[in-house]
Design a protein around this ligand. Structure first.
Ligand SMILES: [Zn+2]
Length: 214
């Protein structure tokens, strides 16, 4: 990657933006009011704004290895709290993608050093859904299904957090699970039925006794 090109491109980009609106950067500097928090994978092929057709200021973004929502990860938890309590986002998207290297590594039986504790969370998703996954004989189909189930579990992890539960009850926050298919370019809404999934587990995770989340 040519870094000189990056700075040259930056000058062109500034000129382009100002040619359309002289106040473009002044307006950007006034603040942000995104309606959406996007949690996705760090994979370089899954370019968030390009994928969503979003402009600067429209989406609050968090990316990590395999789009994980881990309760002890202060990074993702801080982003979620800031997005909900300060930016007042109305929607949270967890977006996974087929051909995810993080999920692939987690399916291998090997020691990956510092990656072990992170990928353990994906192995846990496998364990939870072992019966379904072990019925799939085709390894690529199994890999794809684990990617989908991982998105579903990360959405559930989101709903286990107090800030998200509070926003669902008080301001009708919505959580969505999506998959980006790198091979076709298609963005797929998994249309996760949270009501059905959470019905059985909310007796454990509901932090607002007496209040129904869905
Ligand atoms: Zn990935």
């Amino acid at each position: 990657m040519n870094f000189e090109k990056i700075f040259a491109h930056n000058d062109i980009w500034i000129a382009e933006k100002l040619s359309v609106d002289k106040e473009y950067f002044n307006k950007l500097s006034e603040g942000q009011n995104p309606e959406v928090l996007y949690i996705g994978c760090s994979d370089s092929r899954v370019a968030t704004e390009e994928l969503l057709g979003a402009k600067p200021g429209e989406v609050f973004v968090h990316r990590n290895l395999a789009n994980m929502v881990i309760s002890t990860d202060f990074n993702v938890q801080s982003v979620i709290t800031y997005a909900i309590e300060h930016l007042k986002v109305k929607q949270i998207i967890v977006c996974g993608h087929y051909y995810c290297g993080g999920v692939k590594e987690a399916m291998e039986a090997k020691d990956l050093g510092l990656l072990n504790p992170w990928l353990r969370n994906i192995r846990d998703v496998y364990r939870i859904h072992k019966d379904e996954l072990n019925l799939i004989k085709n390894s690529e189909e199994k890999y794809n299904r684990l990617i989908e189930l991982n998105v579903e579990e990360q959405c559930i992890n989101l709903i286990k957090t107090a800030a998200v539960q509070k926003a669902i009850i008080e301001s009708n926050l919505k959580v969505h699970g999506w998959i980006f298919d790198i091979r076709s370019g298609k963005l797929i809404d998994m249309k996760i039925n949270f009501k059905k999934i959470l019905k059985e587990i909310m007796e454990i995770y509901n932090l607002y006794e007496g209040k129904s989340l869905f």
